[in-house]
Design a protein around this ligand. Structure first.
Ligand code: NAP
Ligand code: MG
Length: 472
């Protein structure tokens, strides 16, 4: 694709207010593939004004008609799947098959789900002598990360539009081309001018201006806990609504009696997925001491099968990390794990063999990880799994719940009832039972420091609504 040199504001590509640009780099070969304008406060202000002007009309549009526009948007994403997937692979580095199936496939399904929900959702309810109206919150400021560049945008835009809100999106600086393609699809879908606006730029400039803008009623942020804290403080000071989708350090608890080889294989596949750059990745594997060495051997064998390779090659199963900073950060954590006494079973901090350029990291397995180690507490965001040993169920629960995070988890047992009983005691927003699959209608979000609010499905739609009670 050819990158736009402007911002998508009020239904057209407008010249950027400043002259600075951001280079987009392919992490597989470190070559520059394009550049987008670096938005400044004036761009954000123009976008918020456009969103505010479009709000009364969109909020008054019948929900079924809003649903029709979302269905048209889904159809445009379907029609351009290959092109979008290629751009995601080029700027993020996820393998091409994964880009098509997941990076585009999931946003297509999510957008479709909100097309249906807009039409079927009860925007009015009766409580005693009251009628409760569920009205759009207003103008949304969305700040998104690079790890699932389209998904993180549609996760916010689709429910916002279904609710009758208008929105300004500030995508991650590493993946702005995907965001521009998304804006093209918005235009092609006949979504009215000003309902969706895009400002590319740096988080510390454009992102901050968006969070601080008095014309924004709700800030929805996905990314690091460090930045999430700042966004929460800004929103709190201005008494604005805020939604925070932050990091995780999710536990995969394998109870005695589970299908161990399957539980380990699914766990390793989950951690190397998207080069380990998933907030809900099951980065801590908890195994009973009697099965511990068997699990370690199985995990090492599984991990070695994910040989890093060019993500454009359909045979590659593991691409690079998004940028040099993330690669160095992940390598730093691997070194820290070794320093603190964990046993490196496979992988490591060295550049993988046969990859002279690109931000690759080998799939890495650590054993003898204890709960207080840095690699057992902090989000690494790379293809690294830590295997921890537990004595009994209470010990496993204490370890699983023993981090600041609470985004996701998984439990494997001989039967669903045993796994479910354990899952009820986990401090986490999502738990997969015996390999349960991702569900785009299930609420997604964190307990504890993993965030505030929920995305996806009807719960995700409710985040964009405010209530008004009429008494009769
Ligand atoms: P990040 O800085 O939190 O980036 C997320 C988004 O926030 C980006 O659009 C970013 O813009 C923007 N941003 C940054 N500083 C901001 C500020 N002061 N005000 C407003 N917006 C701001 O995350 P990162 O640096 O890319 O990644 C660091 C770590 O965050 C990862 O290693 C991982 O642990 C975690 N992470 C979590 C998720 C998740 O899905 N929960 C996703 C990505 C990363 P820029 O693109 O210009 O920075
Ligand atoms: Mg950043």
């Amino acid at each position: 694709m050819k990158a736009h040199d402007g911002m998508y504001i009020d239904g057209a590509w407008r010249p950027a207010a400043g002259r600075e640009t951001i280079a987009v780099v392919n992490p597989a070969d470190e070559q520059e593939i394009g550049a987008v304008p670096a938005g400044v406060e004036a761009d954000v202000d123009a976008a918020v004004r456009a969103a505010r002007a479009a709000l009364p009309g969109w909020a008054a549009t019948a929900p079924a008609e809003r649903g029709e526009r979302l269905a048209a948007l889904r159809d445009r994403l379907v029609a351009r799947t290959d092109e979008i997937a290629e751009v995601i692979t080029a700027e993020l580095g996820s393998t091409l098959g994964f880009s098509k199936r997941v990076q585009v496939g999931v946003p297509v399904a999510v957008t479709g789900s909100y097309a249906e929900l807009a039409a079927s959702y009860a925007f009015e309810e009766k409580v005693g002598n009251s009628t409760v109206l569920l009205e759009p919150v207003g103008v949304v400021g969305a700040i998104t990360p690079w790890n699932y560049p389209l998904h993180q945008i549609t996760n916010k835009v689709a429910p916002a539009l279904a609710a009758g809100c208008t929105i300004v999106v500030k995508p991650a600086e590493d993946t702005p081309l995907t965001a521009q393609l998304f804006a093209e699809c918005v235009a092609e879908a006949g979504i009215p001018a000003g309902v969706v606006n895009l400002v590319t730029g740096l988080g510390t400039v454009a992102g901050q201006a968006l969070a601080e803008h008095p014309g924004v009623d709700l800030v929805s942020f996905t990314g690091s806990t460090a930045v999430g804290r700042k966004i929460g403080a800004i929103a709190g000071a201005a008494v604005k609504r805020v939604a925070l989708e932050l990091g995780g350090k999710s536990a995969n608890v394998i109870l005695p009696g589970a299908d161990l080889p399957k539980a380990v294989a699914v766990n390793v596949a989950d951690v190397v997925r998207n080069s380990g750059q998933s907030c809900n990745a099951l980065t801590r594997m908890l195994v009973h001491r009697d099965q511990y060495e068997e699990a370690v051997a199985l995990a090492a064998e599984e991990a070695r099968a994910y040989v890093p390779g060019d993500p454009r090659d359909e045979r590659s199963r593991l691409g690079p990390l998004v940028n040099a900073k993330q690669r160095d950060r992940v390598r730093g954590y691997i070194e820290k794990g070794v320093e603190e006494g964990a046993r490196l079973v496979t992988g490591g901090a060295d550049a993988p063999e046969g990859q002279p350029s690109g931000y690759y990291v080998s799939p890495t397995v650590f054993a003898d990880v204890t709960p207080e180690m840095t690699i057992a507490q902090e989000e690494i965001f790379g293809p690294v799994v830590s295997i921890l040993k537990y004595e009994d169920e209470d010990d496993a629960l204490r370890i699983a719940n023993g981090t600041d995070y609470g985004l996701a988890g998984a439990v494997w047992a001989a039967d669903d009832a045993t796994a479910t009983a354990f899952a009820r005691r986990l401090d986490a927003g999502q738990v997969d039972i015996n390999g349960g699959r991702f569900n785009i209608l299930a609420p997604f979000g964190g307990y504890k420091r993993s965030g505030v609010g929920r995305e996806l499905g009807a719960h995700g739609l409710a985040e964009y609504l405010q209530t008004k009670s009429l008494q009769f």
